[in-house]
Design a protein around this ligand. Structure first.
Ligand SMILES: [Zn+2]
Length: 472
C-alpha cells in the first residue's frame, strides 16, 4: 500500500516537473543580476582620460563663445574643432557633426554670434531606436567675469582673457566625451547621443536652440543626463565628500524627469555602489541655471548631475583650473552616467499608462470635468485603454499599452509607493500582460507605476499613474 502510494506520488512529481519549471519561468521577474556588459563599461571609464580631456580644454586659454573662432590653438573655434575630432576618433559608428545656430545680440551676447554644439550620435539597433534618444551632455564653453577694469571698454579683448572653466564645465564635457569613447565600442537597442553644448554661460543659448530644433523635428528624447560642475568634491568652505553626487529633477513629483532621476539613482548605485546618488526634488539650484532646463521647457525629460560641494570662488574666474579640480571625482560621476545610460539604452521602451489629455475646452475635456464633479460611490462602467480604476469597487486595476513589443521583452513590473515617499518601495512582477489587479487595494492611498523589463533584466523607466489636476 505504502509502496503503491509512493509510486503514484513519484509519478505525479515527474508529470508535474515540466509544468512547475515553466510555471516558475513565466511567473518570476527576470533576476536583477548585474549585467556583465554594463559592469565592463563602468570599469572602462578612465580618470586618466578625463584628466587629459580637462587639461586639453584648459589649454585653449578661453572657450568664451565670443572669443575669436579663427585661432588654431586658442579660443572657442579651436576647442570645438578638437572636440569634434575626438568624437570622430572614438568609433566610425559615431555620427559626428556641429549643430550650428546664429544667436542674435542679446544680454551677455553683445554681438550676433554663430555657436556650435558638438553632437555625436550612436544609432541603436532596434527599429524604434530613431525615436528613442538617450543623451549625455555637458557644456564646453567657459566664462571669466573678472574682466580687468582697463579692458571693460574693449569687449573683443575681454572675450580673450583666461577662462579655464575646468570644473565649469570642462568636467561635464569630459564626462560626455569619455562616455562616448567607451559606449561607442558597444551596441545598444536605443540611440545614444553625446553632446558638448555651447553658449551655456551666455544664457543657455546652445541647449535652447538644440532643444527647440529637436522639438520642431518631432524627435523624441527619452532622457538627457546633463552634467554641469562635476569637477571637484571640495567645497569653498572646506567640506569634502567624494562619495556623493546630486541629481536635480523638475517638479511635479511624478514628472518624466523625476522618473529619470530615480532611474539614475537605482541603476547608478547598483553598478557603482561606492557612490551615493542624492535626488534633489527641484529643477536646479536657487538662482542658477543649466542646459537641462531648456530641454524640460520643450517637454523632454532631463536632469542635472552636479557636485554637492561647489567652490564659488573658482566659478567664472581664472582659478577654475585643472589644478583646482579632481578628475577622480569627475570619473566617479561619469561611471554613474555610463551605467544609467547603458542600461536605459539596452532596456525596452517604457509602457504607456495614460492617454494624452484632451485639449482644453474640447468636448472630451468638458465631459471629463463634469464626470470629476460627481462624488459617486457606485462603480463606473469597465474602462478601456490605459489607466487606473477601482475594478468592481475596491480593487486597484492597472491597465497599460505597449505597441510594437521588442523581441526580447520579458514582461512588466508594477511598482508601488506611499504618496509621501520619495522613491518606489515595492515591486510586483506582473508577467507579460497589459492588465494587473491588486485585490482590496485602494487606488487613492498609494502611487502606482509600471515598467517594462527584458529577458536580460534591463528595465525601462517607470510610467506612473498620475491624478491629473482638476480643470478650473
Ligand atoms: Zn556651467
Amino acid at each position: 500500500m505504502l509502496v503503491k502510494r509512493l509510486f503514484i506520488t513519484a509519478n505525479l512529481v515527474v508529470l508535474m516537473v515540466p509544468f512547475l519549471a515553466r510555471g516558475v519561468q513565466d511567473s518570476v521577474q527576470p533576476s536583477q543580476r548585474l549585467d556583465p556588459t554594463i559592469q565592463k563599461i563602468v570599469s572602462e571609464i578612465s580618470a586618466d582620460r578625463i584628466a587629459e580631456i580637462e587639461k586639453k580644454l584648459e589649454s585653449f586659454g578661453t572657450r568664451n563663445v565670443l572669443s575669436d573662432p579663427t585661432q588654431p590653438n586658442h579660443g572657442i573655434g579651436a576647442a570645438r574643432q578638437w572636440i569634434l575630432d575626438q568624437f570622430k576618433s572614438y568609433s566610425p559608428r559615431l555620427e559626428v557633426s556641429f549643430d550650428t545656430h546664429v544667436i542674435p545680440k542679446r544680454g551677455r551676447v553683445w554681438k550676433d554670434v554663430e555657436i556650435r554644439n558638438v553632437v555625436a550620435i550612436l544609432p541603436g539597433k532596434m527599429k524604434e531606436a530613431t525615436s528613442r534618444w538617450i543623451m549625455i551632455g555637458g557644456h564646453y564653453d567657459s566664462l571669466n567675469l573678472r574682466v580687468p577694469p582697463e579692458m571693460r571698454g574693449d569687449r573683443e579683448k575681454a572675450a580673450e582673457i583666461p577662462a579655464p572653466g575646468v570644473s565649469d564645465d570642462g568636467s561635464g564635457t569630459a564626462c560626455a566625451m569619455e562616455c562616448a569613447r567607451v559606449l561607442s565600442q558597444y551596441e545598444f537597442d536605443a540611440t545614444l547621443v553625446f553632446v558638448a553644448f555651447a553658449g551655456e554661460e551666455v544664457g543657455l543659448v546652445g541647449s535652447r536652440a538644440l532643444a527647440k530644433r529637436l522639438k520642431e523635428k518631432n524627435q523624441t528624447v527619452q532622457a538627457l543626463l546633463n552634467n554641469d560642475i562635476i569637477g571637484s568634491e571640495i567645497s569653498g568652505n572646506g567640506v569634502i565628500d567624494n562619495r556623493r553626487v546630486l541629481v536635480f529633477s523638475e517638479d511635479p513629483n511624478d514628472s518624466p524627469s523625476r522618473q529619470i532621476a530615480r532611474y539614475v539613482k537605482k541603476i547608478g548605485e547598483r553598478y557603482y555602489p561606492e557612490m551615493n546618488v542624492d535626488m534633489i526634488f527641484r529643477y536646479d539650484r536657487f538662482g542658477r541655471g543649466g542646459d537641462h532646463t531648456p530641454f524640460n521647457q520643450e517637454g523632454f525629460p532631463a536632469v542635472r548631475l552636479t557636485t554637492p560641494n561647489e567652490n564659488y570662488a573658482n566659478q567664472h574666474t581664472p582659478t577654475d583650473t585643472f589644478e583646482n579640480t579632481s578628475p577622480s571625482f569627475a570619473a566617479k560621476v561619469t561611471r554613474i552616467n555610463a551605467a544609467a545610460a547603458a542600461s536605459l539604452a539596452m532596456a525596452p521602451k517604457a509602457p504607456v499608462t495614460s492617454r494624452p489629455a484632451p485639449l482644453p475646452g474640447s468636448d472630451a475635456a468638458i465631459a471629463a470635468a463634469a464626470a470629476a464633479e460627481l462624488e459617486e460611490a457606485a462603480p463606473r462602467p469597465p474602462q478601456t485603454g490605459p489607466g487606473l480604476s477601482r475594478g468592481k469597487g475596491y480593487d486597484a486595476v492597472l491597465r497599460w499599452e505597449y505597441p510594437d513589443p521588442e523581441p526580447d521583452l520579458a514582461g512588466f513590473i508594477v511598482v508601488v509607493r506611499s504618496t509621501m515617499s520619495p522613491d518606489w518601495e515595492r515591486e510586483i512582477w506582473a508577467g507579460n500582460v497589459k492588465e494587473f489587479t491588486l485585490k482590496n487595494t485602494s487606488i487613492d492611498q498609494v502611487v502606482f507605476g509600471v515598467k517594462a523589463v527584458d529577458k536580460g533584466g534591463h528595465e525601462s523607466p517607470v510610467s506612473p499613474y498620475v491624478l491629473v489636476p482638476r480643470a478650473r
